[in-house]
Design a protein around this ligand. Structure first.
Ligand code: A2P
Length: 257
C-alpha cells in the first residue's frame, strides 16, 4: 500500500500575501491525534515533493485543513500557494509528532504558545474536547508580526465560543491572547517578553508560570523554541517526549519551505 493518499482541494483562503489556508478531502482510513503533523505535497515532474505540515482540523472532522506560508523561492510553497479547488494534494498516511496532550503530565492550566504558522497544531488541540477534560484552563497565545497574520482570530473569538458542541467548554475554559510585534495592536510584544515581564499574566489575570500547575506546548521558529525552552527550564519545567510525559513539549513550526 502506498505511504500516501491522493486528496482533492476543497477550499483555499489567502490570509495575506505570505499566509494561506486550504482544506482537502480526507481518506476515511486516515487516523491522527490532535496536534499531529504529516507529510503533504504535490507531484512535481512525476515525483512527490513533500514537507511536514501540522494538521489544523480536528481529528473528528471529515476534511483536513492546513496553514501554510508562501516562500517565493520555496520548492513546495512557491507552487502550493497557487493551488485551486479540485487540484490534487498528496497526504502522508502516518501522522506523528510530540504536541499531544498525552505527552504532558496532568496539570491545571495548559499554555499553547505559537508564533506564525506555529498556531496550526493548536487549532486542532483547542477543538478537542479531551483538552478541556484534562485541563481546567487553556491559554492560547499567538504571536505574529502584523495584525492581518492573526489567522483564525475570528473563529477563535466569535465562532468557537458559540460552537454547537464545544461552545460551553471553550467559553468557560479557553483564553485566546493574540499579540503583534511590528505594528500597533491591543496586545504587543514577543511571547518571550510577555512572559519575562509578567505582562501576559497581568493581562489574563492569572498567576505567573509555575511548574506545579502549568503545562506548556510550544510551536514556532527554532529561535523561539530555543528561547522558550530555556525560560521554562530555568523555571523548573521538564521537557516531555513521545515516550516520557513532561511539563512541556515542543515542535518546530514547519515553515521555511
Ligand atoms: P519579531 O517581529 O520581533 O521578530 P516570524 O514571522 O518571523 O516567524 O515571526 C512570528 C512572530 O514571532 C513575530 O512576532 C516575531 O517577533 C516572533 N519571534 C521571532 N523570534 C522570536 C523568539 N526568539 N522568541 C519569541 N518570539 C519570536
Amino acid at each position: 500500500m502506498s505511504a500516501f493518499n491522493e486528496e482533492r482541494v476543497l477550499s483555499v483562503h489567502h490570509w495575506t500575501d505570505r499566509l494561506f489556508t486550504f482544506t482537502t478531502t480526507r481518506d476515511s482510513s486516515l487516523r491522527f491525534s490532535n496536534g499531529h503533523f504529516t507529510m503533504i505535497g504535490l507531484r512535481v515532474n512525476n515525483k512527490p515533493l513533500l514537507r511536514a505540515y501540522s494538521i489544523v482540523s480536528a481529528n473528528y472532522e471529515e476534511h483536513l485543513e492546513f496553514l501554510s506560508i508562501k516562500v517565493p523561492e520555496g520548492p513546495l510553497t512557491s507552487r502550493l500557494q497557487h493551488i485551486q479547488v479540485g487540484d490534487s494534494i498528496i497526504v502522508g498516511r502516518k501522522p506523528t509528532g510530540t504536541l499531544l496532550i498525552d505527552y504532558l503530565l496532568p496539570g491545571r492550566r495548559l499554555y499553547l504558545l505559537g508564533t506564525g504558522t506555529g498556531l496550526a497544531p493548536f487549532m486542532s488541540i483547542v477543538r478537542d474536547p479531551s483538552t478541556y477534560e484534562k485541563f481546567e484552563q487553556v491559554v492560547l497565545v499567538h504571536g505574529v508580526r502584523q495584525v492581518d497574520e492573526l489567522a483564525y482570530h475570528d473563529l477563535l473569538i466569535d465562532h468557537l465560543p458559540t460552537h454547537e458542541f464545544l461552545g460551553e467548554m471553550v467559553a468557560s475554559q479557553l483564553r485566546y491572547y493574540p499579540t503583534v510585534t511590528r505594528e500597533p495592536y491591543r496586545n504587543m510584544g514577543r511571547i518571550t517578553e510577555l512572559i519575562q515581564t509578567g505582562k501576559l499574566f497581568e493581562d489574563l489575570q492569572m498567576p505567573a508560570l509555575d511548574a506545579a500547575n502549568d503545562r506548556v506546548m510550544i510551536c514556532g521558529s527554532p529561535a523561539m523554541l530555543r528561547d522558550l525552552k530555556h525560560m521554562l527550564e530555568a523555571r523548573g519545567f521538564n521537557e516531555g517526549n513521545t515516550t516520557t510525559p513532561g511539563d512541556f513539549v515542543i515542535e518546530r513550526a514547519f515553515a521555511e519551505q
